[in-house]
Design a protein around this ligand. Structure first.
Ligand code: SF4
Ligand code: SF4
Length: 157
């Protein structure tokens, strides 16, 4: 889930308990699952052309009522959530991890965090490496081109 960065906690009700969420930056693959599962947008993305960041706003985190979705859904077991005193809340969102984006060799657009791409390749969840140098749109175009060239050959054109 995305939102504008730097949102303020002004006007929020006083919290009874607070949480600190931390990532293991060695094992996090920047898959964004935790961001997508966070019901309060306490975890959120910030993207630039070549970079993606995940930030944590403790003022928005309610620990999912004790369920800690970000922790239980992380495929890399890279999330640690701990209770902290409310007085210990940072006043601004904190940066948990940042990574470079993979750039499409055809169109030059960033299309996926490099870490995520590396993890998917390592786990054999995506097609062979050469194909992964292109964004999904360029991959689709290449597939269509190759399909058309095959059908042309079959048709004797
Ligand atoms: S779910 Fe885990 S691996 Fe994926 S971005 Fe969050 S912390 Fe990193
Ligand atoms: S504990 Fe729940 S609310 Fe807090 S960051 Fe994780 S998913 Fe979001």
């Amino acid at each position: 889930m995305k939102r504008k960065s730097g949102s303020s906690r002004k006007g929020r009700k006083p919290m009874k308990e607070a949480w600190r969420v931390e990532f293991n930056t060695d094992t996090c693959s920047l898959c964004e699952m935790c961001v997508n599962r966070c019901p309060t947008q306490a975890l959120f993305l910030r993207r630039t052309d070549r970079k993606v960041e995940i930030l944590f706003d403790s003022g928005l985190c309610n620990g999912c009522g004790g369920e800690i979705y970000c922790e239980i859904h992380c495929p890399e077991a890279a999330v640690t959530a701990t209770r902290i005193p409310v007085e210990g809340l940072p006043s601004e969102p904190v940066l948990l991890i940042a990574g470079e984006m993979a750039i499409c060799l055809d169109c030059g657009r960033p299309y996926m965090p490099e870490r995520k791409l590396a993890a998917l390749l390592e786990q054999g969840k995506i097609t062979p490496k050469p194909v992964q140098k292109f964004c999904p749109a360029c991959r689709r175009d290449r597939l269509i081109d190759s399909y058309l060239s095959i059908t042309d050959r079959i048709a004797g054109k």
